[in-house]
Design a protein around this ligand. Sequence first.
Ligand SMILES: [Zn+2]
Length: 241
Amino acid sequence: MQQKLLWELQRVDQSLEKITREIKQKELVMLLKEKQNKIKELEAIIEKEEKERADLENKSRAYEDELANLETKKQAQKEKLYNGSTNSPKELESMKVKLDEIKERISQLEDQALANMDILEDKVQLLNRHTSLLNELKKEYIKNVKLYQKNKTELNEKMTFEEKRRAELVSMLSDNLLSLYQRAQEKFKNRGIARAEKGLCSGCRVEIPIMHLQNIKLGNNIYTCEQCGRILIWDEPETGC
Ligand SMILES: [Zn+2]
């Protein structure tokens, strides 16, 4: 009975040790940090690209305004040229030269506006790609945060359950046995209860004297291994830890 309690208590303590380790969720926390960094990086890139897009849009509007302005000037110049206000060949020639200059300037500006439009389109596409990537990353991040919280809740429940069981087991053990148990577990890090397997201590594989073996089997008393100091119990089936 006492042996079974000790074995069960060790199982609970090992389980609590495992839960304490698992509840930190180191790998998931690392993944979350990684995702957070990626999100921050991408947000900075997008911010920069949005500024660049705004600049290109402003430039595009400036070209349009200037072209509209030149178009008005062109029309005015044409009218001046063809309305018959002068017959002087010299004046007419100078007006024509001016009109050609305006046309040339319009042509140059149209080329520049088109080139600017191409750059703007590329920028918008890149921005769209980055924005959808950012949304993906954020979704994954939220999914993993939820997973973290779910795991934590489950492990906390498991811990509460095991702690309750531990308190029950401790209340069933004598003070002497409990302090013997605690000493062994401090020394062997929750592996202080060994089984007598085929006459050997399962902790250190040293043979147990036949007299002790009989008593361990009968459960008369608590024996510790003379070699390693672990508390010995009769060979129990594994309880899943
Ligand atoms: Zn031993």
